[in-house]
Design a protein around this ligand. Structure first.
Ligand SMILES: [Zn+2]
Length: 71
């Protein structure tokens, strides 16, 4: 019995923009970028792409605590 979900962050395909310059490794998540945005590193053009990234957990929606029926 081991809880592997705790140690292995789930990677999900995430939409990103990445720099078209093969020598530039810059990329941003789609939610932090916009269509036609220049590369933050070299100011070159960016293109849509996908990348497997760990789930973002900094956008947790506040959920009202459900009342526990057992208490
Ligand atoms: Zn770049």
């Amino acid at each position: 019995m081991s809880d592997e979900q705790e140690s292995k962050p789930e990677l999900i395909p995430t939409k990103i923009y990445k720099c078209k310059n093969p020598e530039c490794k810059a990329w941003v998540r789609e939610e932090f970028g916009s269509e036609g945005q220049p590369c933050p590193m070299c100011k070159g053009p960016m293109m849509r792409s996908m990348r497997h990234l760990p789930k973002v957990q900094n956008k947790i929606k506040r959920q009202p605590k459900k009342k526990d029926p057992w208490t």
